[in-house]
Design a protein around this ligand. Structure first.
Ligand code: FAD
Length: 458
C-alpha cells in the first residue's frame, strides 16, 4: 500500500483519466473542507478529485482502494451532519460534474439521472412532461440528487409523497474496490433479492458511491390549494393539525413555524406574520379535489386559529411556501446556527416543543423551532451568540437535552439530516449495542478496508 502523499509528490502522481481532474490547489482544498453543519474541524483533504463520468469515479475509487486512502464522496456540500466534511489527508470525490439527466420516461413516470444533478433541475425537467420529482428538501435549488439519496432527504411534500427513499427505484453504485453494480429496477414493484437499493439510501457515503439513480416521478397535481393559519401557541397549532387528520384530509404539505422564528422571518422579508399569531401552519392540499379538501381542513382549523386564509392562487401559494423556505436564512442572519433534526410520534409534538423550550431555558441558549408537522419532524435551531462556537458546553448540553427528549418521547435523533460525525454517539444510544454491531458488520461487507467515509454514520 502506498501513502497518498507519496503518490501526490511523486513524478507519476495520481492516475490520469480524461474525466478526472485532481486538484491540490489550496483554494479548491479549502472549498471542500466543510459542509453546512457549522462543524469545522482543523483538517484538510490531500486532494480533491473532480470526476465527470462513471469510469472516472471508478478510477478514483480504485486509487483510494490501492493506496488505502479515506475517500469522502461529496455532492453540493449542503449536508447538516458533518458527513461530507473532509478527512485529514484523504480524498474528496467531487461529483458535481456528473450532472446529466439521462432519461425521462414519461409513460413509465421515471427518470434516470447522474448524482450531481441539482434536485430542482430534475423537478423542472420533469415538469416539461407534466411530471414532478416529489421529494423537495428546502435545499432543492442547491443540493444534489446523489446527496439527497445518500442522506434520504425529506422535504415539504413528504407529508403526502414520502421521503427520498420512496422515490428511488434503482441505483448504480461504485463499490469500495471500484466495481460497478446495479440495484433495483425500472418497475414500481420488485422483490427479487434483498433491498440493497434501500440500504444505500441514507448510507451517507459509507457503503458505495452512487453514480446513477432511477427515480420515480409523479404527475403534477391538477390543482393545489394553500392555507396559512395562525395560532396563539404551538400546542394549539398541533391540536389543530390533529383535527385536520380527523376530518379525513391528508395534506401534501404541513409545516409549522414558532413565534420567534416568525419574528425573524418578518425582519428578513419585511412581512407582518408575527402580529397574526404566535405559531404558524402552512398547509397545502393537492389533486382534483384540492379546493374542497382545503375548505374541509380550514373548517377543522378555524376553531383553534387566531387568523386563517385559504387560496388556490398558485402565485400566492408559492409566496407562502417561500416564507417557510426563508425560515433558516432568516435565523442565519441573526447568528451562526446549529440545526437539529429530531422526529417524534406526531402525538408527542407538543411535548417535544416543550422539551426544546426547557433545554433552552436550562442552558441559557436561544433555540427556535420549525417543523414538518405531518411527519413529527422538528428542527430546533440553536442560534449562537456572538462568537459562541458549536463546541461551547452550553450549546452541546442544549443539543444533548434535545436528543435525550427525542428518545424519551419514542422518537429519533435524526429525521432527515443523517448521523454524520455529529450524532454518532446519539445514534448508538438510539439503536442499541446489537444493532450498532450489526451495522458495523454490514459496513465491513461493503467496505472491508474501511476507506469510504470512515468515522461517519456508523
Ligand atoms: C438551507 C438548507 C436547507 C436544507 N433543507 C433540508 C430539508 O428540507 N430536508 C433535508 O433532508 N435536508 C435539508 N438540508 C440538508 C442537505 O441539503 C441535505 O442533506 C442534502 O440531501 C445534501 O445534499 P448534498 O448534495 O449537498 O450532499 P453533501 O452535503 O455533499 O453530502 C451529504 C452526504 O451524502 C454523501 N454523498 C453525497 N453524494 C453522494 C453520492 N453520489 N454517493 C454516495 N454518497 C454521497 C456524502 O458523503 C455525505 O455523507 C438543508 C440544507 C440547507 C443548507
Amino acid at each position: 500500500m502506498t501513502a497518498l502523499t507519496d503518490v501526490l509528490s511523486s513524478q507519476s502522481g495520481p492516475p490520469e483519466h480524461p474525466d478526472v481532474v485532481w486538484h491540490t490547489e489550496e483554494a479548491v482544498l479549502d472549498a471542500h473542507r466543510f459542509d453546512r453543519s457549522g462543524w469545522e474541524p482543523d483538517v484538510r483533504p490531500a486532494v480533491v478529485a473532480a470526476a465527470r463520468s462513471v469510469a472516472g469515479v471508478q478510477q478514483v475509487v480504485r486509487f483510494a482502494h490501492r493506496t488505502g486512502t479515506p475517500l469522502v464522496t461529496r455532492g453540493a456540500g449542503t449536508g447538516l451532519a458533518g458527513a461530507a466534511t473532509a478527512i485529514d489527508g484523504g480524498i474528496v470525490l467531487d461529483l458535481m460534474g456528473l450532472d446529466r439527466i439521462l432519461d425521462i420516461a414519461a409513460d413509465d413516470e421515471l427518470a434516470v439521472v447522474e448524482p450531481g444533478v441539482l434536485t430542482a433541475d430534475l423537478d423542472r425537467a420533469a415538469a416539461r412532461h407534466g411530471l414532478r420529482y416529489a421529494p423537495d428538501p428546502a435545499s432543492v435549488e442547491i443540493s444534489t440528487i446523489g446527496g439527497n439519496i445518500a442522506t434520504n432527504a425529506g422535504g415539504l411534500r413528504c407529508a403526502k409523497y414520502g421521503v427520498t427513499r420512496d422515490a428511488v427505484l434503482g441505483l448504480d453504485v461504485v463499490l469500495a474496490d471500484g466495481r460497478l453494480i446495479h440495484t433495483g429496477r425500472r418497475t414500481i414493484k420488485g422483490v427479487a433479492g434483498y433491498d440493497l437499493t434501500s440500504l444505500f439510501v441514507g448510507s451517507e457515503g459509507t457503503l458505495g458511491v452512487i453514480v446513477g439513480a432511477t427515480l420515480r416521478l409523479r404527475p403534477i397535481p391538477l390543482a393545489t390549494a394553500t392555507i396559512a393559519a395562525y395560532f396563539p401557541d404551538a400546542p394549539t397549532a398541533f391540536a389543530a393539525i390533529g383535527a385536520v387528520r380527523t376530518a379525513g384530509v391528508v395534506p401534501a404539505v404541513a409545516e409549522f413555524i414558532d413565534g420567534p422564528t416568525l419574528q425573524r422571518i418578518d425582519e428578513h422579508l419585511g412581512t407582518g406574520l408575527r402580529a397574526r399569531g404566535a405559531a404558524f401552519l402552512l398547509l397545502q392540499t393537492d389533486g382534483a379535489g384540492a379546493v374542497a379538501e382545503a375548505e374541509l381542513a380550514a373548517a377543522a382549523l378555524r376553531p383553534y386559529a387566531t387568523d386563517l386564509a385559504v387560496t388556490d392562487d398558485p402565485a400566492e401559494g408559492a409566496r407562502l411556501t417561500a416564507v417557510r423556505r426563508a425560515a433558516l436564512p432568516a435565523l442565519e442572519r441573526v447568528g451562526r446556527v446549529l440545526i437539529e433534526d429530531i422526529s417524534v410520534p406526531r402525538s408527542r409534538l407538543p411535548a417535544a416543543v416543550a422539551a426544546v423550550a426547557a433545554a433552552a431555558a436550562a442552558t441559557g441558549t436561544t433555540i427556535h423551532t420549525f417543523a414538518h408537522a405531518a411527519d413529527g419532524n422538528l428542527h430546533p435551531i440553536v442560534v449562537l451568540d456572538g462568537d459562541q462556537h458549536l463546541a461551547d458546553p452550553a450549546v452541546q448540553e442544549a443539543a444533548d437535552r434535545v436528543f435525550r427528549a427525542a428518545l424519551e418521547l419514542g422518537g429519533t435523533v435524526s429525521g432527515e439530516h443523517g448521523v454524520g460525525v455529529l450524532k454518532r454517539q446519539w445514534a448508538r444510544a438510539e439503536l442499541g449495542e446489537d444493532v450498532d454491531q450489526l451495522q458495523r458488520r454490514v459496513k465491513a461487507v461493503f467496505d472491508p478496508a474501511g476507506i469510504l467515509n470512515p468515522g461517519r454514520a456508523v
